[in-house]
Write a protein that binds this ligand. Sequence first.
Ligand code: ATP
Ligand code: MG
Length: 281
Amino acid sequence: MSGTGPTGGPTSGVTRGPVARDAGGRAAVDVHRADALGSGGSVGSGVPATNGQPLIELAGVRKSYGLGTPVVTEVLHGIDLAVTRGEFVALIGPSGSGKSTLLNIIGLLEPLTSGEYRLLGQSVASLGDAELTRLRSEAIGFVFQFHHLLPAFSALENVLMPQLIRTGHFDAAAREHGLALLAAVGLADAAHKKPAHLSGGMQQRVAIARALSRGSPLVLADEPTGNLDTHSADDVFALMRRFNAERGTAFLIVTHDPRLAARCDRIVELVDGAIAPRPAA
Ligand SMILES: Nc1ncnc2c1ncn2[C@@H]1O[C@H](COP(=O)(O)OP(=O)(O)OP(=O)(O)O)[C@@H](O)[C@H]1O
Ligand SMILES: [Mg+2]
């Protein structure tokens, strides 16, 4: 198992999955669409125009578990997907359809088995571990269902954890930055509180501040509201939308909540490890 794709580009004979359609019936996952959007292309109603630059491009991505064992299971069957700068995309689908697996591949947390994946224009197949780690920390922020805050650290320290891990400390400027992010998520007064002293919605807002702390162009969120009551879920969703509008951060959000998916610019649906065509509106 190599975790690397073929050396050819997106058109190198890989099997393509079906092309999804967004609410307007446009091709939503054609890897060439990002280029076709061109400069200033709009991706949906009420959305800031993206500059059309692809952040991620997947072509024919497959993922199997159990390679090298008698039982090999392919769980992603040739995914074609592009997300451009500033997009706000929902990833939906039944339990077990492969949403988290796909997100983990996009987040460089798991290798793909075959196919092509480009992150910020760079084919990940050519990168070693150190380069993957660097690219991941520059390009991507993560928000998970169970926020994964470190209980022994304050909200501020959690927000700055990516920097703390990288450099072993944070300076006054970083502290200011962290406090500003906490203020932006409505938690200016909670900087010194430990996660246990915050509500679920507040903890998730800290996790969003942490995901944004390095200014990554893309945030991957795996059921970020899945553990929250409706009111807190709406707050957390609104926060992500606001950061998308104000900073141009792209979001790819796994959700089981059709209400929230409907408020994204584009919906990509996975069914049994393949992207399902979506009916035209
Ligand atoms: N490490 C693993 N080893 C073997 N199979 C795995 C592994 N991780 C996931 N799978 C399988 O891959 C398939 C997709 O799982 P995945 O967690 O991506 O689904 P999901 O769409 O995120 O589901 P949910 O909505 O329940 O979170 C499932 O059949 C799952 O059992
Ligand atoms: Mg999942």
